[in-house]
Design a protein around this ligand. Structure first.
Ligand code: COS
Length: 383
């Protein structure tokens, strides 16, 4: 759903210019230093990028899902690390508060998320619990007006920068599955929280993850999301449904960027007396990539519009995330192939994207988890 085409066009133009003039010229610097320069972070804040999905009442711009994916089709054309910095605040870190939080929780945290003063992170995964999210073992035991949290969360995106975590922990030790899990807002400075070393990753330099360790960490009961125990798993799943459409839109954007680079290279690079783009075998790689990007783009937009219409999108979100992330991997592979030897060399940048996009098929639910969700829903509907 597009609320006001003119306002949206201004936003999309601004992001597109920012990508062209500020982010792309800084990509190599980010890859080398593993840091997004502070002046770029400040510009992202000033542009309101952290507050895109936060309601206007709390200082954000309250974009619809369709508007969000259109914005990500632009922002995603730069190295994924830039998107990652705003990604958890726009998405999985904040949306649990928005969907299921109390009014007091919204009033307390959303305004500072909207400005980027606070970065929100999503703490679900653990050393022993990844795809099987309902098996998590971090505990939150009620003690007076607090909960005492113990456990370790792993690979938590933006944890080193985070001001708050949306934390999933088990409040009912007798309920081993999803029903025993509750969601909390935990402030990063709370005593009892410590951080592991920054993970050394295959790609996405500039986007940081690390362990978050809770040792007898006292969290006020007022920070139990929605004030009701046992609803945390569903909150997490709802957040991920939306997050999966968001990630799918980034896959489309990065694939478009890689294809644009491969096309330019194919048009310039000459072998056997002509541009390699004149060869049908290279054309096949360009054409397959174009068609697959178009298909993913249509899926993402359809899923987003359905969500805006209030329709269930669990299956569509998983379909879009699965198809778009796998498509992005294939486009990355073809782009490296079209660049040939240059594709393997870091100075051309395409190998960096090849490594960066590998994550899309893994986080916010692996391709295999998406397959499981899609097929389970099909069988459920049949029954
Ligand atoms: N929206 C709302 N509720 C949902 C839901 C959704 N999308 N998906 C599941 N639920 C509910 C179910 O309805 C069920 O509720 P009831 O017990 O009241 O019926 C409950 O949650 C448990 O669901 P289910 O039995 O399907 O849970 P499973 O343990 O089988 O897990 C998967 C399901 C595998 C889909 C889930 O664990 C998952 O998504 N794993 C991947 C996690 C992930 O993406 N991690 C990445 C971390 S962030 S980078």
């Amino acid at each position: 759903m597009i609320r006001d085409q003119e306002t949206l066009n201004i936003l999309l133009d601004n992001i597109s210019r920012f990508v062209r003039e500020r982010l792309i010229p800084n990509e190599e610097r980010v890859a080398e230093t593993d840091e997004i320069p502070p002046e770029i972070v400040a510009e992202m804040k000033a542009m309101g990028l952290f507050g895109l999905t936060i309601p206007e009442a709390f200082g954000g711009s309250e974009v619809t899902m369709e508007e969000e994916v259109l914005a990500m089709f632009e922002l995603g054309k730069a190295s994924p690390a830039f998107r990652s910095l705003i990604g958890t605040t726009v998405g999985i870190g904040s949306q649990g508060i928005l969907f299921d939080g109390t009014d007091a929780q919204k009033r307390k945290y959303l305004p500072r998320l909207a400005t980027g003063e606070l970065i929100a992170s999503f703490a679900l995964t653990e050393p022993g619990s990844g795809s099987d999210a309902a098996s998590l073992t971090t505990t939150a035991v009620r003690d007076g007006d607090d909960y005492i949290v113990n456990g370790t969360k792993r690979y938590i995106t933006n944890a080193p920068q985070a001001g708050i975590f949306t934390l999933m922990a088990r409040t009912n030790p007798n309920e081993k599955g999803a029903g025993g899990i509750s969601a909390f807002i935990v402030e990063a400075g709370t005593p009892g929280i410590s951080f592991g070393k920054r993970d050394k990753k295959m790609g996405q330099k500039g986007a940081h993850t690390c362990d978050v360790i809770f040792e007898n960490c006292r969290v006020p009961a007022a920070n139990l999301i929605g004030g009701v125990e046992g609803r945390g798993f569903k909150t997490a799943m709802k957040v991920l449904d939306k997050g999966r459409i968001h990630i799918a839109s980034i896959c489309v954007a990065v694939a478009e960027r890689m294809l644009a680079e491969a096309l330019r290279y194919a048009a310039d690079r000459k072998q056997f007396g002509q541009a390699i783009g004149e060869f049908q075998l290279v054309q096949a790689m360009l054409a397959d990539s174009k068609a697959e990007i178009y298909a993913a783009r249509c899926m993402v937009l359809d899923a987003a519009r359905r969500r805006d219409d209030g329709l269930p999108v669990v299956t569509e979100a998983s379909c879009a995330k699965m198809f778009a992330s796998e498509m992005c991997g294939r486009v990355a592979d073809r782009a490296v192939q079209i660049f040939g030897g240059a594709g393997y060399m870091s100075e051309y940048g395409i190998e960096r994207f090849y490594r960066d996009v590998r994550l899309f098929r893994i986080y916010e639910g692996t391709t295999q988890v998406q397959q499981l969700v899609i097929a389970r829903n099909m069988l459920r509907e049949l029954r």
